[in-house]
Design a binder for this molecule. Sequence first.
Ligand SMILES: [Mg+2]
Length: 121
Amino acid sequence: MESILIVDDDVNLCKVLKEELIEVGYEADYVNNGLAAFGYLRQNRTDLILLDLKMPGMDGFDVLKELKAKKIELKVIVLTAYADVKSAIDSAKLGASDFISKPYDFDELLITIRKVLQRDT
Ligand SMILES: [Mg+2]
């Protein structure tokens, strides 16, 4: 079973999205800030991160930079309310696989998740 980690400071979104992902057959969990994500990753096998960009403290861009610096090869879909072209380009440059805007459409998100998980890199 593929494991998805949601990293978002919106606790309600995390809870709802986690349930939605579990319902369609993924393992899913969440953390509410960037720092906690690295703690989680040290202890749990994870295939994909759904990453919010705007978070207090370590934001999504910082998480992407840190993943790169630590050479942690992990698929990341950026999920953000601030979906603009620049954020999308910056995220892609930092290694994000795809970009979905909030409020998300779960079916659209699911298609993107499946597509990203099927890629070799
Ligand atoms: Mg946020």
